[in-house]
Design a protein around this ligand. Structure first.
Ligand code: PMP
Length: 396
């Protein structure tokens, strides 16, 4: 007998596929999600790279509760001085190079990409974008226009004109970047494309080509950010500083939030001709900002870079053998490439039955995403990985 909540979910909540996972959630804590039928699941994908500090981290809860006592929404973005926003912007910019000194707050990843694209167009006076096959930047029209997968784009054509796609890690991109290019947009490690890291030297060359042509470089660090890949942001590892960085997902410890960060010089264009030409009602919501501040403070108070790299080491040491092609990625943003999609589906389903939440990436059905909370207990991680190995052995 389906619960009322379940009936209503299937009847009234808009569905995104015919086969939703359909776990009925009771509560979540740390690395675990508990369902209403009394089962406990280990979350090995962190709600898709969101719960890096685990579910309901006490510092985040405390900050949220504190803000609830003060105020919720008071005014549209950019007009009133709200201390959770100012405090978080300050802490975030302190961690960034000097050219990333101004933050525009939004509510989601796709909104941050929309803002970044508009900012690049207005600052450069150009309209051409260069993006990459297999990329994922979000599902609103602008971000879908720079997303490199035709099955998702085709139903919504026409999208933005003047977007050119290159293979990732290919030198073909250098000819596409020219004096008409507003920006190159890329994920330093492609997430939904199947956890594909950029090559360091190539990425540095992309930066140089942008400098030569006056094109801006936008890094979409929505998935790679906040220690997911063994450094606070992936650009630190690559030693490449972008002109605009897009953030969301893990930013606010489980609250909805996004941001795009750039220089004061670039952001000047948003203030005039006309004023108020890029505004949002809820961007930088005080509760999300309070949560984000607590989350970042907590991340900075411990060695999360090392924790991420340790996760990678453990995953690589356990996930090998028959059926496994490779483990790709960096830190706690890893992909387990299996032989084929049939095996992958069987393994994911078996793990699910055994209380382990795994998943595919959007563009790849033969790869299992491994992105645990960074606070995951080492023994829990090892036993979870061993149950993946057992499932692979059962079906190989
Ligand atoms: N960019 C990247 C790299 C992402 O992984 C995602 C979400 N998977 C987005 C953008 C879109 O973020 P949101 O779902 O918050 O709009």
């Amino acid at each position: 007998m389906m619960s009322e909540s379940s009936q209503s979910f299937y009847k009234h909540v808009a569905q995104t596929s015919d086969e939703p996972i359909g776990l009925e959630i009771d509560r979540a804590e740390g690395s675990f999600i508990y369902t209403t039928d009394g089962k406990r699941y280990t979350d090995l994908i962190s709600g898709i790279a969101v719960s890096s500090l685990g579910h309901r981290h006490p510092n985040v809860l405390k900050a949220i509760k504190g803000q609830l006592e003060k105020h919720l929404h008071v005014m549209v973005y950019g007009e009133f001085i709200q201390s959770p926003q100012s405090k978080f912007a300050h802490l975030l910019c302190e961690q960034l190079p000097t050219n990333l000194d101004r933050v525009y707050f939004v509510n989601s990843g796709t909104e941050s990409v929309e803002g970044a694209l508009k900012l690049a167009k207005k600052f450069t006076g150009r309209s051409k974008f260069v993006a990459f096959h297999n990329s994922y930047h979000g599902d609103t029209h602008g971000s879908l226009s720079v997303t490199g997968r035709n099955v998702y784009r085709d139903p919504y054509q026409p999208l933005l004109p003047n977007v050119y796609f290159s293979d990732f890690n290919s030198d073909a991109v250098f000819d596409l970047i020219d004096e008409e290019t507003a920006a190159v947009i890329m994920e330093p490690i492609q997430g939904e494309g199947g956890i594909i890291p950029a090559e360091k030297k190539w990425l540095q060359k992309v930066r140089r080509r942008c400098d030569e042509t006056g094109a801006l470089l936008i890094f979409d660090e929505i998935q790679t950010g906040f220690y997911r890949t063994g450094s606070l942001f992936a650009f630190k590892y690559y030693d490449v500083v972008p002109d605009i960085i897009c953030l969301a997902k893990a930013m606010a410890g489980g609250m909805p939030m996004g941001a795009f960060v750039s220089s004061s010089e670039i952001f000047e264009v948003f203030k005039k001709d006309p004023p108020l030409n890029h505004v949002t009602t809820f961007g930088g919501h005080p509760v999300s900002c309070a949560a984000a501040h607590a989350s970042l403070k907590t991340l900075l108070s411990d060695d999360f870079a090392e924790k991420g790299m340790k996760i990678e080491k453990i995953v690589r040491s356990i996930l090998k053998g028959d059926g496994i092609v490779e483990v790709r990625g960096r830190g706690a943003m890893l992909g387990l490439q299996l032989r084929d999609s049939v095996l992958t589906e069987k393994v994911v389903n078996r793990c699910f039955e055994n209380g382990l939440i795994l998943g595919w990436t959007l563009h790849s059905n033969s790869l299992i995403r491994i992105a645990p909370p960074l606070i995951i207990d080492e023994n829990l991680l090892r036993s979870s990985l061993n149950s993946i190995i057992r499932a692979i052995a059962d079906f190989s």
